[in-house]
Unconditional design. Sequence first.
Length: 259
Amino acid sequence: MDRILRRTFVTVAAVTLAALALGGCVSPAPSAPGSTADSDTGGEIVVYAAASLADAFDEIGEAFTAAHPGAAFTSVYDGSSTLVAQLAEGAPADVFAAADEASMQKAAALTDESTLFASNTLVIAVPAGNPADVRTIADLAEVTTILCAPEVPCGAASATLLDLEGVRVDPASLEQNVTAVLTKVATGEADAGLVYATDVIDRDDVEVIVPAAAAQVVNHYPIATLDDARNPDAAAAFVAFVLSDAGQAILADHGFGAP
């Protein structure tokens, strides 16, 4: 199983950053609270989130703690199915953000009602220079290809995309999160891999090919607070921030689509 990525930080509030917090929400999100420095949003908030959200949620965490000076943001990133298993075993999380609705449904007994907050599609990633000369998704059947495992969202989406394209791939390995796929491609351990479009933004160690049917396979990301959250007020405030104009703008900057 791949290494879990855990990141923790606290930021100092600034007047200009505080103005970013909890603006109007995008549909279908509920309205976010108008206050950016509520007294009940202090303390540590632990967010379990899909690996593909790591960069965007790190930035959202910084903006959230700037708007809520007493809050400390801790994140755990991994494949959604791995996170669901950890939550079921009692992992101490306040918020869960999954890379697809099926993963959130598996955690339904542990969470409050979820809300969609972002979307994503798949691309083919190849090492810089494209040494295997991959041009289309059909070429994945002829080169060393790495895929996400079928039980994780990027793997389920990959299987759907390959079926739509009529391509059968015998993967060299099946990874538990999309970060592992991209790492193996970038380091030349594989000729190609299917990853999320957001994972390859601003990368110069990989090149990207957009499959013809990519727009037909869209992952919708849900977020919810945990029923046994240790910091439920801060958890609710964090979810509201993700759904706010400020949170949505950060997600868009990282390549995510609207819910």
